[in-house]
Design a protein around this ligand. Structure first.
Ligand SMILES: [Zn+2]
Length: 125
């Protein structure tokens, strides 16, 4: 049994984004804790079906053991693991949202972009 409300973040491993992403999710979705699954350039991986099973199995722990009610997939400016244009990042994030929704975990799925000022922008689907 766990106390507190959880969300699940699937993000890049980049150390510059972890605190802004965590704070934004806590503030905007009134959660106490953010479980964080990291891979370099993770939105590229999910949008191209690379390493999906291990990412999904980590998300399942957060959803089923911590009762997380949402998954936040993100991408960010100046990503060493996925050096593509902002437009391409955002396209990959949109594809990743669809892919994660297809996991049928009955949770809300949203996408966010961390811009060149390390601010969060919600991705419009
Ligand atoms: Zn990155």
């Amino acid at each position: 049994m766990v106390d507190g409300k959880f969300a699940t973040s699937i993000s890049c491993m980049d150390g510059r984004i972890q605190i802004p992403v965590n704070d934004w999710i806590k503030k905007n979705y009134s959660v106490d804790y953010v479980d964080t699954i990291t891979e370099p350039g993770v939105e590229k991986k999910i949008s191209e079906n690379i390493d999906i099973e291990q990412i999904k199995s980590k998300a399942e722990i957060s959803i089923y053991k911590h009762k997380s009610g949402m998954i936040v997939i993100s991408g960010h400016h100046d990503c060493a693991g996925n050096p593509v244009s902002k437009e391409e990042h955002q396209s990959q994030i949109r594809k990743s949202i669809c892919s994660i929704k297809s996991w049928n975990m009955s949770v809300e799925v949203i996408g966010i972009w961390i811009n060149d000022k390390w601010e969060i922008e919600k991705i419009k689907e």
